[in-house]
Design a protein around this ligand. Sequence first.
Ligand code: ADP
Ligand code: MG
Length: 348
Amino acid sequence: MLKDKGEQRTSLASLGEFGLIDHLTANFKITQSSTVKGIGDDAAVLDFESKKVVVSTDLLVEGVHFDLSYMPLKHLGYKAVVVNVSDIYAMNAKATQVTISIAVSNRFPLEALEELYAGIQLAAKMYNVDVIGGDTTSSTKGLLISVTAIGEIEEEKIAYRNGAKENDLLVVTGDIGGAFLGLKVLQREKTVFEVNPNNQPDLDMYSYIIERQLKPEARKDIPPLLHDLDVKPTSMIDISDGLSSEIMHLCKQSDVGCNLYEDKIPLDPQVISTCEEFNLDSTMVALSGGEDYELLFTISQEDFPKIKANPNLTVIGHMTQESEGIHLITRANTKIPLQAQGWNAMDQ
Ligand code: ADP
Ligand code: MG
């Protein structure tokens, strides 16, 4: 009798490297006109005609960037693609291809890699990118995934980190802080589960923030939205590490300062209620939390009327002269210097 898929354990050795690659990539379809040759040769072949090409890579290491005890492999595959295409959108570009490289120990059966690739395939479909290659090798311990994302853009539309000007408005997409709190909840539940495996957590009230952690989405919609609104961001970055450190990157590279307004930072109600529960300051979480994969960008003041009615976009501050520094203006109207990790209360 066939066992449940979940119980089946086919050893990787029984397939061999080539059998494994064929098996995992059999369902990938090419949809981008810029992909001339995908998986199957010594190298992929791409043709971007008159467009500029943007390329970004991330390496994810088990135990450092993810914990498989609460991150299902399908989610991990999905997230590995998402975090990479996010970097492409942060250039104001369209993501077109990805490569996937993995190192796996023999503790993983084929079925685990099938799960991982199901997530990769789902993300590739969602973000409309072709999987055009990769590499497969063994590791002595744990799982490593490296994804390279490729995208295309007209040269004049590229948004670098270094283009922000004094008086530009600072804009953020969506809301922030959720992914960090989702992780906090999952870590707590893991501890509870370890104490008593019969404890089935009720996580309904945390559904949004857990999804932000386990199934983050990149803002594929923002480059075309900005195009439609006829707004060219003067600088842009994605929020992988927390609002504070991303603001500092924009400021440092653009030689400007910034005033960020605490009361403008967009927070989901679940972020606010979970902060209360964990006794955390929601502004601190938004500033240093990370992994939200929203976009942070600057626009010139004259573009404000074009974005002001859009519920996806929130103006949270403005850029200043570099000499004015980088500050959080609190609800109580005090000015606190921002630090890479939130703020330093000692500087008040
Ligand atoms: P090489 O020996 O030149 O590294 P491989 O046998 O590793 O070639 O790869 C064969 C083909 O399969 C190539 O097109 C490669 O890009 C692709 N490939 C290998 N591993 C993966 C993977 N993990 N995911 C997607 N494509 C892969
Ligand atoms: Mg190879």
